[in-house]
Design a protein around this ligand. Structure first.
Ligand SMILES: Cc1ncc(COP(=O)(O)O)c(C=O)c1O
Length: 458
């Protein structure tokens, strides 16, 4: 890890001058969380997270897993920018590479005209995704649009218009993707749904919706889908599944359930799509998290970490992917600089054996969290693959009743008192998606801070 020591912790004069030169009269005395949160609330339509919990981040400082608010308070970050920052903040080799390509012509629309970087990136992306079949790639500017690129292709190739999706699930907040999403009513109520969806429960063994245990499971979740297809119709373009359910509560489905759903999808002549926006890019120890379940999807959507912090997504599908040219595109997709940065990330993750490290560090993180689980009645479940881990907060282990308020207060305490920058997921889960450069020492520190937060809130 390349953390440099940070002796200055308030925004420095250089960066204040940059803002002044841009026409804003800002001085050191304005650098408080309250001032900027109030100003943000007047300017921005919304935030997805609670301003009562989180401070205003300083965009000019931070290294690795160390993140700072505008008052100079340091936090240990376990969100990785919601799985965006594979290599943490201001990773030196990445910055050096970025500086070395500053002279490329980067204002070229990636899907309108050919250029070398996006072609190489498409080859690279197709190469790391499972299956030896012929693939094609479309680049996008977000994860949700990557999902939609796949959905459009599946509709184009099959002539069908309906999808299978799960509850809970998160696939984005725009049009077609929003129709698949079902993790929080705030995301979708009141908005018309772009496509017709058959929705069944996500395989969730800790709270099996069919009341079975892992021992007596007969894949009731797969049978529920079979029944839904029989009674609602099986004219399905694709089944869209997160390989680990992220936003909906960090759920790890059993491989046999994913395989059952995959097989059923194939039986009805539909495509199977893995939404890797959060779980992909090596986070779980495989380039694509679906590889953990042993199935080869027809479609894959990628986002977040693939752009190395820049807005990029990719839709990967079976060749020819679309029935003709111009059926789908985005002006800003995969412009050359972003594509080169993405190629660098792929190479660096591979050379640095980060996929292997993610498995090792993830196991260690789970081991430490399981120690907390043994200690506290309110930790019902610790689960995850690689560096994608969830901790489910319950009233007690026996009833498993969801402790939503307690989860919220633990997160608030962790952020505000223990200085652990952490996020919730689903209704009662705490989510950990740290950057891949996290160390064992950091993990011990995370565990201690979380321990204190739980103890103080119980
Ligand atoms: C699995 C999954 N799909 C899609 C998205 C949407 O990505 P974006 O916010 O970049 O549109 C997300 C975002 O969290 C996600 O986790």
């Amino acid at each position: 890890m390349t953390c440099q020591s940070l002796d200055r912790i308030n925004m420095d004069e250089k960066h204040i001058k940059i803002l002044k030169d841009l026409g804003f009269d800002i001085s050191q005395k304005d650098l408080t969380n309250d001032y900027w949160k109030k100003r943000a609330a007047e300017a921005l339509a919304l935030t997805t997270q609670d301003r009562d919990v989180y401070g205003c981040l300083d965009h000019t400082v931070g290294e690795g897993v160390r993140i700072f608010d505008i008052e100079g308070t340091e936090y240990l970050d376990v969100t990785g920018g919601v799985a965006v920052r594979a290599l943490g903040l201001r990773y030196k080799p990445y910055h050096d590479f970025e500086a070395s390509i500053n002279d490329v012509v980067h204002e070229l629309p990636g899907m309108d005209f050919d250029a070398i970087p996006q072609t190489l990136l498409a080859e690279r992306v197709a190469g790391i995704t499972p299956g030896n079949h012929k693939k094609r790639v479309i680049f996008t500017t977000s994860g949700g649009r990557a999902v939609e690129g796949c959905m459009k292709s599946a509709m184009d190739l099959t002539g069908r218009r309906r999808f299978v999706a799960f509850r809970p699930a998160f696939h984005g907040r725009t049009g077609y993707a929003l129709a698949l999403t079902s993790s929080n009513s705030k995301h979708k109520s009141g908005f018309p749904q772009g496509v017709d969806v058959i929705r069944v429960f996500y395989p969730y063994c800790y709270r099996c919706p069919y009341g079975t245990t892992e021992e007596d499971c007969s894949l009731e979740c797969v049978e529920a889908l079979r029944y839904a297809l029989e009674v609602e119709g099986n004219d399905i373009a694709a089944t869209v599944m997160e390989p680990l359910c992220g936003e909906g509560g960090l759920i790890v489905p059993p491989a046999k359930a994913v395989k059952g759903i995959y097989d059923l999808t194939k039986e009805i002549g539909a495509y199977f799509m893995s939404d890797e926006v959060q779980a992909g890019m090596g986070r779980t120890g495989k380039w694509c998290a679906i590889e953990n379940h042993g199935v080869v999807p027809d479609y894959i959507s990628m986002g977040k970490a693939i752009g190395g912090g820049y807005p990029m997504g990719a839709s990967i599908g079976p060749a020819p992917m679309f029935t003709g040219g111009a059926r789908h595109s985005e002006t800003f997709s995969a412009e050359p600089k972003m594509s080169l940065l993405s190629l660098w990330i792929f190479k660096h993750l591979e050379d640095g054996e980060y996929l292997k490290k993610n498995v090792e560090n993830g196991e260690y993180l789970k081991k430490r969290f399981n120690e907390l689980k043994d200690k506290y009645e309110v930790i019902g479940d610790v689960r995850g693959l690689g560096l994608m881990i969830g901790m489910e907060i319950v009233k007690d282990k026996k009833t498993k009743e969801k402790a939503r308020k307690l989860r919220d207060s633990i997160v608030k305490n962790a952020v505000q008192k223990q200085k652990l920058w952490v996020l919730g997921a689903g209704q009662n889960v705490i989510r950990f998606t740290p950057s891949y450069i996290i160390t064992r020492e950091n993990i011990d520190d995370v565990t201690d801070r979380l321990d204190k937060a739980i103890r103080e809130e119980m």
